[in-house]
Design a protein around this ligand. Structure first.
Ligand SMILES: [Zn+2]
Ligand SMILES: [Zn+2]
Length: 231
């Protein structure tokens, strides 16, 4: 299944093929929120392949325009897990400037994957949900200094840094330090800004925050698929 899709169907197909997967194998698409980098490819994808779509009511309403006709949309709510095949996906509320944004915890048998992107601050709920995960996908959006001296307009900078914006490298590191444990196997740093971040800074900040316990660390890139990993 997919969480969000901001790519065109064609580009998504190409990237899935690069890791030996196909779009017609998708059983579900789950949405986090209505911002275009997360939903712009979703409508055409679910219509072309007849894939069931799962989203909060707020996301569906606010994203109506870009999603288009969503006949197969099933409404979900924070705190209420959804089962699809052998997986249980539990949406939890995030602090972001969107109508009803969520991130996900995915469970299968005794394994757990925690996902945390597009949040301006890590709420106590989020921290609780992300504990004891075997794999974590975490936003490491910007370096605060780079953002401050970067080209974005003042208002946008304030928005990104606010509690409804995005996690900085430092905030990501703090989160990792609090939820890290011995069985955490892999961390994927996601949603890196191309303008206000350097992959090396994000990587080193996360690594330092984890101290002596360092799981495998992967950086998700905007221009290609991340390699498949086993949870
Ligand atoms: Zn967003
Ligand atoms: Zn985003």
């Amino acid at each position: 299944m997919l969480i969000d899709s901001g790519l065109s169907v064609r580009e998504l197909e190409r990237r899935l093929a690069s890791i030996g997967r196909k779009a017609d194998e998708l059983d579900a698409v789950f949405l986090t929120h209505e911002h275009s980098d997360h939903v712009s490819g979703v409508g055409p994808l679910v219509r072309r392949y007849g894939i069931p779509l799962y989203a909060t009511e707020g996301t569906v309403r606010a994203g109506e325009k870009s999603l288009g006709r969503t006949a197969q949309c099933q409404l979900i709510r924070a705190g209420e897990p959804v089962r699809v095949d052998g997986l249980a996906l539990e949406p939890y509320a995030t602090s972001h400037d969107a109508r009803e944004s969520v991130a996900y915890v995915v469970r299968c048998k005794n394994r757990k994957l925690g996902h945390a992107t597009d949040m301006g601050t890590v709420t106590s709920t989020a921290r609780e949900k992300l504990k004891n995960a075997h794999v974590l996908l975490v936003e490491s959006n910007h370096d605060v200094e780079m953002l401050d001296v970067g080209p974005y307009p003042w208002l946008v900078k304030q928005r990104i840094k606010s509690e409804l914006g995005h996690l900085s490298n430092e905030a990501c590191g703090n989160l990792l330090a609090t939820v890290s444990h011995d069985r955490l196997k892999q961390v994927v740093l996601m949603h890196l800004s191309q303008t206000n971040n350097h992959p090396e800074i994000a990587y080193i900040t996360a690594l330092q925050a984890m101290g002596s316990h360092a799981p495998q660390m992967v950086l998700a890139r905007q221009d290609r698929a991340t390699e498949l990993m086993e949870v």
